[in-house]
Design a protein around this ligand. Structure first.
Ligand SMILES: *Cc1c(COP(=O)(O)O)cnc(C)c1O
Length: 382
């Protein structure tokens, strides 16, 4: 891609950013540089790469692309979403405090509550739908405000600009886990957030065939600290994994459009079903933060959850009976998945106030023919 004369659109960036034809051969697709080290012409004289933990051209292409997709100045790729979260946690030191949404990804909560607690870092979890509660939770030593929207599994939507402002008033960094929305639907950096985190395992990869994570941001000093941690702690993705995410990202826009259209149709269908007592989807007018979701998201994504009459037994029975929807954890792939949060993804919070409702079923809506998906759900609900 020659230097563009005008600002490029999301789809163009997804396909071309960081992905010029390769200089030695002209290969149109970025090669998988499956090498651990790079030959140097003389000591200290090299082509920008020395050792592949520090830098690899396949990973560098992905990092450039991710930065552009989020509207940031830099991106860093990691071996998993949790490796990216771990790098962020390493920004903190003994005595620091974190304010976190009370329904963030369970692994995020576990990382701070059960790993970094031993490093003397404390944590307050709050319902971030109420900005006043976040303001109250801020302390003098709060360094980080961890936002995740839409949330899992209840699809709560949080006000990114209001929360970033509260963080900044307290001289803390605001980070948004943008995994559920993907940069196509929502760009937190443009709303004042300092750092965006992804499990690229989900929508960015998009094909349920890779584990990966990423960070993106605008501030150069923050990039330097995080890239130092990335190299020092070593949670980097291999070149094949970086390549798979880079390939997934090329089709992110068209996939998210179809995920969103299918999910909206299914959410509307579920709303009418006599055995369904409630449906959580930000695209429904009945969603409590529908107006906010419309303001900060381009469409409403592929994740939804609903409650079945008959509680956990009914939810488990339905999940075992679908034929197209695979019964599985994870999300964001082209294929549809069904799960029961209380018994699966959220089993560790059973019996606490963070436990999801017993009859809750979560769907990751894929990009199959929507009539087939609805027919499958209909026969499984019975
Ligand atoms: C899956 C997920 C993570 C963790 O990512 P891994 O790639 O599994 O390490 C973090 N946040 C959210 C919202 C997720 O869905």
């Amino acid at each position: 891609m020659k230097s563009p004369r005008r600002r490029l659109g999301f789809e163009t960036l997804a396909i071309h950013s960081g992905q010029e034809p390769e200089s030695a051969t002209g290969a149109v697709v970025v090669p998988i540089f499956q090498t651990s080290t790079f030959a140097q012409e003389a000591v200290g004289k090299n082509k920008g790469y020395e050792y592949a933990r520090t830098g690899n051209p396949t990973r560098a292409a992905l990092e450039t692309c991710l930065a552009d997709l989020e509207g940031g100045r830099w991106g860093l790729a990691f071996a998993s979403g949790m490796a990216a979260s771990d790098a962020v946690a390493h920004l903190l030191t003994r005595g620091d405090h974190v304010v976190m949404g009370d329904d963030v990804y369970g692994g995020t909560y576990r990382l701070f509550a059960r790993v970094f607690d031993r490093a003397g870092i404390t944590l307050t979890a709050v319902d971030m739908r109420r900005p006043a509660a976040v303001t109250r939770a801020m302390r003098r030593n709060t360094r980080l405000v961890w936002i995740e929207t839409p949330s899992n599994p209840l699809l709560k939507v949080l006000d990114l600009s209001a929360l970033a402002e509260i963080a900044h008033r307290g001289k803390a960094l605001a980070i948004a886990d943008n995994t559920f929305a993907s940069p196509y639907l929502q760009q937190p950096l443009r709303l004042g957030v300092d750092l965006v985190l992804h499990s690229t395992t989900k929508y960015l990869g998009g094909h349920s065939d890779v584990i990966g994570g990423a960070l993106a941001g605008t501030d150069a000093a923050l990039r330097d600290r995080l890239s130092f941690i990335q190299n020092a702690a070593g949670g980097v993705p291999g070149p094949l994994d970086a390549w798979l995410v880079l390939r997934g990202a090329k089709t992110l826009a068209v996939r998210m459009e179809r995920h969103s259209a299918n999910a909206l149709a299914i959410a509307e269908w579920l709303t009418e079903h006599p055995k369904v007592t409630s449906v959580n989807y930000p695209g429904l007018q009945s969603h409590p933060q529908h107006e906010l979701a419309k303001r900060q998201m381009r469409a409403f994504g592929g994740m939804l959850s609903f409650e079945l009459r008959g509680g956990e037994a009914a939810a488990k029975r339905m999940a075992a009976r679908t034929e197209i929807f695979a019964l599985a954890e994870s999300l964001g792939g082209v294929e549809s998945l069904i799960e029961v949060p209380l018994s699966m993804t959220h089993g560790s919070v059973r019996g606490t106030k963070l436990a999801p409702p017993a009859g809750l079923v979560r769907l990751s809506i894929g990009i199959e023919t929507v009539d087939d998906l609805i027919a499958d759900l209909a026969q499984a609900i019975g």
